[in-house]
Design a protein around this ligand. Structure first.
Ligand code: PSU
Ligand code: MN
Length: 302
């Protein structure tokens, strides 16, 4: 028998005891979203960015079947470099725990664990969502259904542009997930500043986000997530023409190589990173660091 209780890293444990601001971070972007060896350096940079704002980073994952909130450096190193790390959505957590697996948690699984751990703010790059051929494949990320039932605030640059963004926004509406633009009423497109859709709400500073979270808590009426969509400045986005060309190639590659299911997202992200000769990687890193900084400010304001 193993202990199936969540294990907290010492720094996160101390922050919980002191009521200090904590930012939850996912590990799938490290293991499956970013290429090696940059992924390890980026994972450390994300944590440093959160610390620089006076908050404590809690990178979440699974080690030997144990859910860990606040992975240490060695554990992050392992998730970044090993070929045996499983991509874990919520439904995978129990099977992976029973199998004593090492795993990286997606937005869905990280949100569920962070909520259980009492950490209300989470930073990532881009959410999963509805895939472009979903009407035929039914491929819709479990991120969406997880966010429909978890009162977490997630700072991201919208949903990944490899998805059907319009359909994803419709599903977020159906599922009751609040979406606010940070400093904008246009929904960002991850690598791109603007995905081409309007938003009903925007906020301009971390205090306003904290107010909004407090309103939701006071009402006790809505228990879905709050998505804070934080766009890259236009001069930092991936060149839209390059983006569209590389995406078209990547989508064709999926078909050619017969890629389906949970491999789709890592495949397309890896294609971007190689086909843009690192340009998409630079953009991806900037996105994550900006989101980590904003999430830390929101956690502090709370
Ligand atoms: N955004 C990124 N890189 C990633 C992901 C999102 O910039 O690697 C990951 C997240 O962990 C997200 C997952 O939860 O992809 C979605 O995968 P799927 O589409 O298989 O649900
Ligand atoms: Mn999927």
């Amino acid at each position: 028998m193993i202990n199936h209780v969540i294990r907290f890293g010492p720094e996160v444990e101390a922050a919980r005891a002191a009521g200090a601001p904590i930012v939850a971070l996912e590990s799938t972007i490290i293991s499956h979203g970013l290429p090696r060896p940059a992924n390890l350096a980026v994972a450390k940079e994300i944590e440093a960015t959160v610390r620089a704002e006076g908050a404590v980073p809690a990178t979440i994952g699974m080690i030997g079947g144990e859910i860990v909130v606040g992975l240490d450096e060695g554990e992050i190193h392992h998730l970044a470099g090993s070929d045996d790390v499983v991509k874990l959505s919520v439904r995978d957590l129990a099977p992976a725990a029973a199998a004593r697996a090492d795993g990286a948690t997606t937005v869905a699984a990280t949100s569920a664990i962070a909520t259980k751990a009492g950490i209300p703010v989470f930073a990532t790059g881009g959410l999963g969502g509805v895939h472009r051929d979903a009407s035929a494949t039914f491929d819709e990320s479990a991120d969406l259904t997880a966010l429909s039932r978890l009162p977490i605030t997630i700072v991201c640059a919208g949903v990944k542009s490899i998805l059907d963004v319009g359909a994803t926004l419709e599903r977020l509406e159906t599922l009751g997930v609040s979406v606010v633009g940070y400093g904008t009423r246009r929904f960002p497109g991850f690598y791109l500043t603007d995905a081409g859709f309007d938003l009903d709400w925007s906020v301009d500073d971390p205090e306003s986000v904290a107010d909004l979270i407090r309103a939701a808590r006071t009402h006790e009426v809505h228990d879905g997530a709050l998505v804070v969509a934080n766009p890259l400045p236009a001069d930092e986005q991936l060149d839209p023409a390059l983006h569209d060309r590389v995406l078209a190639e990547g989508l064709a590659g999926l078909e050619r190589d017969g890629v389906t299911g949970k491999e789709v997202t890592p495949y397309l992200l890896a294609h971007f990173h190689s086909a843009t000769e690192g340009k998409s990687l630079d953009v991806n890193v900037r996105i994550i660091l900006r989101n980590a900084r904003l999430a830390a400010r929101i956690a502090a304001a709370l």
